[in-house]
Write a protein that binds this ligand. Structure first.
Ligand code: ZN
Length: 248
């Protein structure tokens, strides 16, 4: 499908000119899991449902704050493979790819948000998480390991790290006090879905649905909106700070 031309409001137009975007940035938002794959499940909460609700709010925030063209990898409760998600991302040139998930742990007091970009896993928890998010396919883990060693030096990885930092800062500023979140970390892991997207990418674990307090928070509409706004603000800061040569 050809890239749509949109009519911009003045502030959005100034922003786009200022960042050197000759065209509307295309951002792909990927709600994790779906259909037969519920993701993590705890006390009646399903990761696939929370991820979709947050992703839909993120689409609105990104359109409103950035004037971006935003695509969802799934807009309903349907199963889509990791490769299928990347096909959506790469169907037209994507500028950024953001995958939304919720975390889970056997420890009910495990808490906090994690903003991941693709790189070698830095701790065992991240390795375990990658196993779950890679749909339990060990071949995928191996494959990702090989691909990542080639990718690590590329500009996309550097830009993903920078994007992760900006999003984390925005989450800290906007959510920490207001919603009493103690821990918002930037981490790295070998996520298969991030390898295939041919643009800078993030995977955000928006909280632990196995933690009763965080589970209650994650299903509330006003928290989902604040969270989506904070992510979009971080993306905006990132786009503003990018060199204006338009290289994506
Ligand atoms: Zn997940």
């Amino acid at each position: 499908m050809p890239r749509k031309r949109l009519f911009f409001s003045l502030p959005v137009l100034f922003f786009l000119v200022g960042t050197g975007f000759a065209e509307t940035p295309i951002i792909v938002v990927d709600p994790g899991h779906g259909g037969k794959d519920p993701g993590a499940v705890s006390r009646g909460l399903k990761e696939k449902e929370i991820a979709l609700a947050i992703a839909k709010r993120l689409v609105s925030s990104l359109k409103q704050k950035i004037g971006a063209e935003v695509r969802l990898t799934r807009s309903g409760d349907r199963f889509i493979s990791l490769e299928g998600r990347d096909r959506v991302a790469n169907a037209d040139s994507c500028d950024l790819f953001i995958s939304i998930h919720t975390n889970a742990s056997r420890r009910s007091d495990a808490e906090g948000m994690e903003v991941y970009y693709l790189n070698k896993a830095t701790d065992r928890a991240a390795q375990k998480l990658a196993r779950r998010e890679n749909q339990g396919d060990p071949r995928k883990e191996k494959e990702v390991g090989v691909i990542v060693s080639d990718l690590i030096q590329t500009a996309a990885t550097e830009e993903s790290a920078e994007l992760a930092r900006r999003v984390q800062q925005s989450l800290q500023q906007r959510l920490k006090k207001k919603h009493g979140i103690d821990s918002i970390r930037v981490k790295t892991a070998l996520f298969y879905v991030l390898v295939g997207a041919k643009c800078p990418s993030l995977l955000i674990e928006t909280g632990f649905i196995t933690n009763p307090r965080e589970g209650r928070r994650l299903k509330k509409g006003f928290f989902q909106k604040d969270l989506a706004d904070a992510i979009a603000e971080g993306v905006l800061e990132h786009l503003k700070a990018r060199p204006s040569d338009g290289n994506l």
